[in-house]
Each structure stands twice: as structure tokens, then as C-alpha cells.
Design a protein around this ligand. Structure first.
Ligand SMILES: NC(=O)c1ccc[n+]([C@@H]2O[C@H](COP(=O)([O-])OP(=O)(O)OC[C@H]3O[C@@H](n4cnc5c(N)ncnc54)[C@H](O)[C@@H]3O)[C@@H](O)[C@H]2O)c1
Length: 374
């Protein structure tokens, strides 16, 4: 570690809900070698109030000014999705590492544009996918890699959440041009990223989306059937219409069924390891349930990101590893909009779904200005 990175100077862009409930607690949970030095919000009073609550010394309403005056090592971008691209590019140009909230960008085109501004050895951009980082998920990923439970056969990946109409009164929600997509892109993305990070390469997706009950231009429900290179088949559902909320992942292997039932985060107690009949009597530990019990959280992902920053190496959920779920969701939307199965090789810059998740041409400059004021 160089002296310049002790402490690591962290800035927050976007002093809203997720910054308050997840990011400042995650920073405070690290040791004293990490300091929140500045906060930025278009709403300067909101930034001031946030800074007062958390004891942050500097506030700005402009990212460029933050970068010039506070020179942070790491910037955490917590703005609505429409503002991710601009903030992340400005940070990379100024040499700051970035941890950006999900969904990473509005489109794959934006994602690849950002990736082209990364530099070998840093700065890199990592994206918030905190569900990958619990100890049980890490153990299962290793078991799938080594084949300990056999090749995965059947999977379920359900995000059954509930968001009432008032949730969509916030101007940036429910619109392709500001949120990038509907519940698949905003909520299902967590479980989908976890599923894809465990199951490896997908080879085909069939899907349907619907806007059943909320007044949004995006979808409030989606269903997909996915095939993987391993041969596994997975059913995926994303919904904001499910009063008894649950996030449910299931993996059926020849040797065992492994299930995760939670809502917004888990620890080992949310996982169930059931032996196949020919292994009746085996305990979860026999099947590979880990002893270490680290919950999934922003705190764990940040700790690992900080270690990578200090060593100048690409973090997890960055580059191709951060792009995987976005490419998958672009394909899911194409499959739903066309009624045809979609394969990964179809998601290229020639494909309209690479540029916009609804496959529609971009509106002429200025036409979206109402949407973009978030
Ligand atoms: N990982 C998770 O579990 C999780 C949970 C909730 C939200 N999120 C994501 O976090 C992001 C923010 O969500 P939220 O619920 O906190 O939103 P929010 O509306 O509560 O807060 C966003 C803040 O960003 C500010 N802002 C908007 N544009 C800006 C700009 N250009 N520069 C500076 N500030 C700007 C707004 O004034 C607002 O204070 C979204 O991408 C969302 O999908 C992630």
C-alpha cells in the first residue's frame, strides 16, 4: 500500500436512499484507513444535510468540482441510472476508481464506452452486486467450479417483490430513458447476477414481459427460460406485484438441492442444503455448506474492492464480470420483444438492444429533457 492510499479518500455522488442506508454504513464498517471526504448532490441542501448526519467535511453540487478540489481515490456513484455514465466517465478521466450502483448503465453501449476509459492497473469501475458476496454463495461457486455436487441441472431464480404505485411517482422510475428498464433491470438484476455468477455461460434465453398493474412505460413483470453451456435449464421471474415478497434461488444437482430464500440480503441461515436420496443422512456440511458465515452486503463487497484498489488490480463485478448480467438482460428484453429465443452472439453493436434495452432508437437530442431532470 502506498502512503497516498492511507487513508483511502472516498466520495459519494448522489445523497439519496441507497447512500444513506447502505453506503455510509459500509464505509463506517471498514477500518480507519477509509474516510468519507465529500458528498455531491444536485440538491446542495440534501448534500449538506447528508454531510451533517455523517460528519463528512465537504459538499458539492457538481462532480467536476468534487474531482478538482477533493481529489478522491474512490467515488461511489449512487445517482439514478441515467446519471451513472456521466459521473463515472468524469471520475475515470480524473484518475479516480469508481464503485457504481446497479444497474451499471442504461445500455451495453454505455457500459462498453465506460470500459474503454479504464486503464491497466486502475482506475477501474466496479458495480454494486452485493448478493454475490455472502460466504454461502462463494462456497457454492467453488463447488460448481470443482463439480463437487455434480453438474447443475435445474435452477430457479425468482425475484418476487412488491412496489406500490407511489414508488413510481419518483420521476426517474418506470421509464426506459432514465431507469434503463423495468423490474428485470432494477430488481431481478440482483438475483440474476448471482445466478449467472454461479452457473457460468448462458447459451439461450426465451422470455415474456408484461406491464400488468403499475402505471409505468417499462415492465412490472418478466419471465424467462434460460439454457446454460453446462446443459442446465433455469426459470427466472422478476415482479414488483407480489405481496408476499421473496427472493428465491434453487439449484438441483445430481447430489443435492441447494436453496436460498431471502429478501434483500442473506447469511448462511437462509440457505438449505438437501441431499439426494442416495446420500440420505449427509449433513449440509457434508454437502459443502461453509462454516464461515459472512452475510451478503455492501460492506463485504466494499472491503474486497478496497483490497483490489490498494493492489492496483481489477476488482470483481468489473469489466466482463460486471457486464455479464447486463448483456443477459439485453437478450431477455430482445427475446420478450421479438418472441424469439436469443443467443449471446446476437448482442452486438449492430443490434438495437445493445443501444437501448427496449430496442427502440434513441430520441432526438433534447426530446428526453423532462426525463433526465431527476
Ligand atoms: N444495490 C442495492 O441494493 C440498491 C438499492 C436501492 C437503490 N439502488 C440503486 O442506487 C441508485 C440510487 O437509488 P436511490 O434509491 O438511492 O435513489 P434516490 O432518488 O433516493 O437518490 C438519488 C440521489 O441522486 C441525486 N442525483 C441525481 N442526479 C444526480 C447527478 N447528476 N449528480 C449528483 N447527484 C444526483 C438526487 O438528487 C438524489 O439525492 C440507483 O441506481 C438504484 O438502482 C441499489
Amino acid at each position: 500500500m502506498t502512503d497516498r492510499l492511507n487513508p483511502v479518500r472516498v466520495a459519494i455522488v448522489g445523497a439519496g436512499s441507497v447512500a444513506e442506508t447502505s453506503h455510509l454504513p459500509a464505509i463506517r464498517a471498514q477500518d480507519a484507513s477509509v474516510q468519507a471526504v465529500a458528498v455531491v448532490d444536485l440538491d446542495l441542501q440534501r448534500a449538506r444535510d447528508f454531510a451533517d448526519r455523517w460528519g463528512i467535511p465537504a459538499v458539492y453540487d457538481d462532480v467536476e468540482q468534487l474531482l478538482r478540489e477533493a481529489a478522491p481515490d474512490l467515488v461511489i456513484v449512487c445517482t439514478p441510472p441515467v446519471a451513472h455514465r456521466g459521473a463515472v466517465l468524469a471520475c475515470l478521466e480524473a484518475g479516480a476508481w469508481v464503485w457504481c450502483e446497479k444497474p451499471p448503465t442504461l445500455s451495453l453501449a454505455e457500459y462498453d464506452e465506460i470500459a474503454a476509459h479504464e486503464v491497466e492497473g486502475g482506475p477501474y469501475v466496479s458495480y454494486v452486486f452485493q448478493q454475490r458476496f455472502g460466504s454461502a454463495a462463494r462456497a457454492l461457486r467453488e463447488h460448481i467450479r470443482t463439480g463437487r455436487l455434480g453438474t447443475p441441472l435445474i435452477g430457479i431464480c425468482h425475484t418476487l417483490w412488491y412496489r406500490a404505485g407511489a414508488y413510481y411517482e419518483v420521476p426517474w422510475r418506470g421509464k426506459w430513458s432514465t431507469e434503463g428498464g423495468g423490474t428485470t433491470m432494477s430488481h431481478g438484476i440482483h438475483q440474476m447476477d448471482l445466478m449467472l455468477s454461479l452457473m457460468g455461460e448462458w447459451t439461450e434465453v426465451r422470455a415474456a414481459t408484461g406491464t400488468l398493474a403499475r402505471r409505468v412505460e417499462t415492465e412490472d413483470a418478466s419471465m424467462a427460460i434460460v439454457r446454460f453451456a453446462s446443459g442446465a435449464m433455469v426459470s427466472m421471474v422478476s415482479s414488483v406485484l407480489s405481496p408476499r415478497e421473496a427472493s428465491y434461488l434453487r439449484f438441483d444437482f445430481p447430489e443435492a438441492t441447494v436453496e436460498l430464500t431471502h429478501l434483500y440480503g442473506y447469511d448462511n441461515t437462509d440457505w438449505r442444503w438437501t441431499p439426494a436420496p442416495h446420500r440420505a443422512g449427509d449433513t449440509p456440511a457434508d454437502l459443502g455448506a461453509p462454516e464461515e458465515n459472512e452475510a451478503s452486503s455492501h460492506t463485504v463487497q466494499l472491503r474486497r474492492l478496497l483490497a483490489d484498489l490498494r493492489h492496483g488490480r481489477r476488482p470483481e463485478a468489473s469489466g466482463d464480470d460486471g457486464r455479464r448480467v447486463l448483456a443477459f438482460i439485453a437478450a431477455l428484453y430482445q427475446a420478450a420483444h421479438t418472441g424469439q429465443p436469443v443467443t449471446p452472439d446476437q448482442i452486438t453493436p449492430e443490434n438495437p438492444f445493445y443501444h437501448r434495452m427496449n430496442g427502440q432508437p434513441l430520441a432526438p437530442a433534447g426530446a428526453q429533457s423532462q426525463d433526465i431532470h431527476v
